[in-house]
Design a protein. Structure first.
Ligand code: FAD
Ligand code: NAD
Length: 159
């Protein structure tokens, strides 16, 4: 089984898109991630998966805190910026929730502290305890088969 075939298979699983953000030494670092899920209600836990060569890995270890920001369908640009696919035109401004940087206008902003971490293959799973959150109305950005999509587009396919 080659890597491309595996990625093609995993890409069939449609997901939302998040930006993970953290701050170390006054510097905010963001990274686009779709490996995210809800884990537990009591306590409120979520998990993200960060690859071993991502700069984000050491930053989260150092700060012990991170945010998960669920992007809206109007935030494909933010996804591309924090995946290294596009340069921001001006300095990116983050908001703060419980002292953790969050992405403005995201559908969901979760402020988390690291609850546990597990090295699994070439990724580290960070289990985060959610300490605060903000929600907004709107449609999510979707990632499927290596492409960005919107719910509207998917509804029109089924009608
Ligand atoms: P870098 O590559 O240096 O940073 C990422 C980009 O964000 C750079 O262009 C950087 O300039 C920019 N950036 C960071 N902070 C700021 C700031 N404060 N202001 C402005 N720009 C800033 N990888 C995973 O490990 N797990 C996943 O679940 C995952 N899911 C992904 C889902 C999608 C849809 C995509 C497109 C990519 C995904 N990736 C995932 C890949 C990951 O987003 C990239 O490999 C990313 O470049 C890794 O970031 P890094 O921490 O190594 O830092
Ligand atoms: P793609 O075809 O690489 O992604 C499709 C799916 O494959 C993703 O949704 C994810 O489930 C899986 N995947 C891709 N790269 C992976 C990795 N290194 N480790 C584990 N699972 C992975 O889509 P694309 O448009 O070519 O992606 C853009 C870039 O973002 C690529 O460099 C890709 O590797 C990276 N990416 C990384 C992850 C991750 O590390 N978990 C997830 C998504 C995308």
């Amino acid at each position: 089984m080659d890597d491309r075939q595996f990625r093609n298979a995993m890409g069939k699983f449609a997901t939302g898109v998040t930006v993970i953000a953290t701050e170390t030494d006054g510097q905010v670092h963001g990274m686009t991630a779709n490996a995210f899920m809800s884990v537990s209600l009591d306590p409120k836990l979520i998990v993200i998966s960060v690859k071993e060569d991502a700069k984000m890995l050491d930053r989260i270890k150092e700060s012990n805190h991170f945010s998960v920001n669920v992007l809206s369908c109007e935030q494909q640009e933010e996804s591309m910026i924090f995946a290294g696919q596009k340069q921001p035109e001006e300095e990116f401004q983050f908001d703060y929730l419980e002292g953790v940087p969050v992405v403005r206008n995201a559908l969901v902003q979760l402020s988390c502290e690291v609850y546990n971490e597990h090295v699994e293959g070439d990724h580290t799973l960070f289990v985060g305890r959610v300490t605060e959150m903000e929600l907004k109305d709107g449609d999510p950005l979707i990632f499927n088969c290596g492409k960005y999509r919107e719910l509207k587009e998917m509804e029109s396919v089924s009608n």
